[in-house]
Structures are given as C-alpha cells and as structure tokens.
Write a protein that binds this ligand. Sequence first.
Ligand SMILES: [Zn+2]
Length: 251
Amino acid sequence: MLSFIPLPAFADNYIWLLPQPSGACVVDPGEASPVLDYLAAHGQQLGAILVTHHHADHTGGIGRLKAAFPHALVHGPAGVANVDIIHHDGDSFVVGDVRFQVIATPGHTLDHLCYYTPGALLSGDTLFGAGCGRLFEGSANQMYASLARLAALPPDTWVYPAHEYTLANLAFARACDPDNPAVSERLLQDSQRRQQGKPTLPVRLDVELASNPFLRSGEPALLAASRQHDGNPINNALESFAVLRRWKNSF
Ligand SMILES: [Zn+2]
C-alpha cells in the first residue's frame, strides 16, 4: 500500500512525501528545508511536487526546491508560480509508479485541487481530520459539493490533509455531535497520539464519515444541532453544513 511520510512544517502543516524510484514526490511544500533535509538524510532526489492551492504555506518552498532539483516537475492549479503542468478537474497523470487523478474541490479557495490514487487522497485544505477548510474564496454550496465528491471515494481510502487540526476539530465535533460514540472514541485515540508526539494523520475515510460533522451535516443529530445554534429553520444537509461552517469559525 502507498504510504506517504509526514514532514512537519511551520506550526501545524504536513508536507507529505512519497519515496519513488524516479525521485520523491512531495505535496504542498510550504517551506523547502524539511524536504531538503529529508532528501539529504535518505540519499534521495526530488522527482515531483504536487500543489493543492495557492496559499503561501503550501507553495512557499517550491522556488528553492526547483532551484535544487531543476528536473522536478510541479503539478498544480493555474495561477501558482513555478507550476510546470497545470491541472483541471478530471485530469490524471503519472509520478513514478503512481497514477493520480485530479479532483477540483473549490471552497477553501477557488483553485483548490485534491489528488487521488487508489488507497490515498491528498486532501490539502479541503478535508481535514474531523473538519474542513475555511471558506476563504468559495461558497458553502461549493465546499459542500466538493466534500460530497471526496466522501464518495472508497471508504478504505487513507486521507492525507495538509494540517494537524484534528484535536481542535474533534472538540468542535463533540460540541455539535455530542452523542456520537465515534467522536469520543476518536478524541481519546488522537489525544493519546498527540501526547506521544505522533500525527493523527493519515486517517481512513470511513473514520471521517463516522465522525466528521461536516460530512454528517444531514444526519438528524447535526440537523438538530445546527437548527438550535442558528435559531432558524434548517431544512437540509447543505443548510446545516453552512451553519456548522459558520459556527466553527467562532468556536
Ligand atoms: Zn489554505
């Protein structure tokens, strides 16, 4: 099975790295040093860079990495500096032994792309452990539709988000979905992982489906919670999602 390695960056980013015979593939290198250090320590070259969206904490290291490894190809959305191959929804491409499919997921930003290969989803700032990205550019409607596409992937897919936000997200999940045993179980396990200095990620999609309130907004418990929080009639999963997203912003 594919297994990406987390390279911690900044306060809470992960740069995911997949060793490949043709050179390692890294995702969202917001800074270059963690990647350069890893490659030097393991005697590897850099083969490819995948970029999910334009934010600096996902792109800031690309220039330095390209300078060190000029042959590394950068895959990403239009409008990001140093991208060699611009991708759109439905594209697919090969890095080493792996074929990735591009899933456009507007919401956090309008240019956001996720990368899927059977067994692994690089979800950037769209789908987090027990949460989802803030709506900086897109609408709740767009993000809801984007998450619905990710939620429809095979449930045994491992999800690799770009940030370690899981515990804060689970605290919110406990507030809006308090009777869900999957939330309390996950909070216990992931608290232990963090106490041991381990990542909570990747996480399997079936775990997300059971405990992420943003993927469960149409469940009766979440509809009731968003109704109570908002004070207005909430009639469907999309309206409930929009309330949960606003609620989380001020949580
Ligand atoms: Zn971002």
